[in-house]
Design a binder for this molecule. Sequence first.
Ligand code: HEM
Length: 364
Amino acid sequence: MGDVEPLYYADYLQLDRLLSSQDLESAKQGETVHDEMLFIIVHQAYELWFKQILWEIDEISDLFSQPTIDESEMLQIVRHLDRITEIQKLLIAQIDVLETMTPLDFLEFRDYLIPASGFQSAQFRLIENRLGVRPGDRVRLAGSPYTTAFSEEDRSRVEAAEKQPNLFELVDRWLARTPFLEQGDFVFWDQYREAVHAVLDHDRRVIEKNPNLTAGEREEQLRSFDHTFDLFEAIFDPERHERLLATGERRLSFTAFQAALFINLYRHEPALQEPFRLVTLLVDIDQGFTAWRYRHALMTVRMIGRRVGTGGSAGAAFLTRSAEKSRVFSDLVQLATFMIPRSALPELPPEVEGRMRFRFEDEA
Ligand code: HEM
């Protein structure tokens, strides 16, 4: 060990390479535009954070790919997901820094960038594919698949990621394996269905007997009630579930959907607390990317108004549509529709509850 050179900060971080990687196009064209440095550095910072997010997703996917996931692995998955949500906050905050550049400053060098665009960020597409954005959900640019914008090397990396098991699929499989849903005579789905019907019957009676409603108002409220009733009926009917899967309106498998609901409804049980954190973090990550996309679209309007983007899209309109289509865990986001009050929840039989409680008992 004695002969080893002491590590030097700048060498460890390869700062010579990192800090000499800002080549301003405007300088190459003969007139340095001050704000182009900020533009490059912000994009580079994004790419570094994208790398870190992919690093976390790799680890999460490895942990999820195991046949059984024990308590300590669950804690690790939660830690990595939590880290991603913290990075996402930075990603959104960075837009404020970029917006210190005015549209007029941007115009000074914007034309030099064509046809380069964030649309060509391979790491961003890798994140999307590893999370589970479906190829069919992508908004096409000028009728072409998103991959046409890439170099051959980037295209093959991004396409390979489309074929890897994505986080959505891994989570679906993990949820479908949730224990406790059926034990002995206890079948959660049957019990929950009964409880739902009791709650809905009560709600219907409240509308029917409300003396303050006119006949028209009552009819209107009963119509909305029937709509809610139908939403519930759809989750109980495997064939309707299949149809929703086929149209893409739902993504989670029938059993995974039940498990996600079970975890949310009984999250107070010790064994379900970490699974609940996990599904909540997936919702946070999904919404974090959606929030970034909308924020980026707003910045785009501010910077270029209604002009087309450097990558050739319709600009902000394209981005808003892409934000709406790129959600992965919407089924988890929408679970709130199917919550029922705690007081109406079916009680868990002692043997199920016993399996979900940890005890720290004195041996004496
Ligand atoms: C002045 C600042 C920016 C403007 C005006 C802008 C504008 C646009 C526009 C118009 C598009 C649509 C494709 C196109 O026609 O080019 C786009 C896509 C994109 N941009 Fe930006 N952008 C800016 C900064 C950034 C930054 C800092 C990032 C961070 C990496 C970024 C990442 C992306 C990504 C990932 C897409 C693809 C989004 C999708 O397909 O849903 N952009 N941008």
